[in-house]
Design a protein around this ligand. Structure first.
Ligand SMILES: C[S@@+](CC[C@H](N)C(=O)[O-])C[C@H]1O[C@@H](n2cnc3c(N)ncnc32)[C@H](O)[C@@H]1O
Length: 215
């Protein structure tokens, strides 16, 4: 392992296991992930015109504090394949790929310059178990997974298509959904899902919540 990869691995595993305070800039820098620097070349109005105003396109990647909570919640389910829908700059993917090297991580992200940045870092860190696909989740083929993340990714207007896709997958296999933000309010009303209670972010309706195929 190169010193650079070792440093990022140590930082993330120490952070994850020791409940340290998160410094998002420090973790991004260890991964050489340049969110703001890349994003500065694009404006939100341009993105809305290019990709469609019905989508949640602003730069709003989840803080590492919440990503740690996400992986603490997912720990009992140790997946084989995780699909991150609307994966932004890939913080969730990179954190997971360093923490769980035997799990396969895929992101689907609409905005192409974000995908390019993810793939650049993926290649720099030789993370062959991490993929990122450029596309709109409402019309892109999803690779099979056992955990699906929808972390602050979609506006309520896009959710019916996403929910129907998840419902169809859930007919054939038992799945776990990790969600945050307004998607929670839509998932909590689905009869084919049941919530998996967890200790973190207790009582936060829009915080990280887990759902699974109802038994
Ligand atoms: C607010 S960011 C959150 C990123 C990531 N989920 C996280 O929590 O770190 C939402 C991301 O979802 C992407 N997105 C929104 N609608 C999408 C769609 N229909 N298909 C693919 N990506 C989408 C946006 O481009 C953006 O990068």
């Amino acid at each position: 392992m190169s010193p650079k990869i070792q440093k990022a691995y140590d930082l993330i595993t120490n952070y994850h296991n020791a409940n340290l305070e998160a410094d998002d800039d420090e973790l991004d820098a260890a991964l050489s992930l340049r969110l703001q620097e890349v994003e500065n070349d694009y404006s939100l109005p341009d993105l809305l015109v290019q990709y469609g105003g019905q989508h949640r396109l602003y730069l709003g990647d989840t803080s590492y504090h919440h990503i740690r909570t996400l992986y603490q919640c997912l720990e009992p389910f140790k997946p084989r394949k995780l699909l991150d829908l609307g994966s932004g700059y890939g913080r969730i993917l990179f954190y997971g790929a360093l923490l769980w090297p035997s799990v396969h991580f895929t992101g689907i992200e609409m905005v192409s310059h974000r995908v390019s940045e993810v793939l650049r870092v993926r290649d720099e860190f030789n993370l062959s178990h991490l993929q990122c696909i450029q596309g709109d989740v409402t019309n892109t083929t999803w690779p099979q997974a056992d955990i699906y993340c929808l972390i602050n990714s979609f506006t309520p207007s896009v959710m019916p298509i996403v929910v129907e896709q998840l419902r169809q997958i859930s007919c054939c296999q038992s799945i776990i959904l990790a969600s945050a933000s307004t998607s929670n309010l839509i998932l909590e009303g689905q009869g084919w899902l049941e919530e998996v209670p967890h200790e973190n972010d207790k009582g936060a309706r829009l915080g990280i919540r887990l759902f699974k195929t109802a038994s």
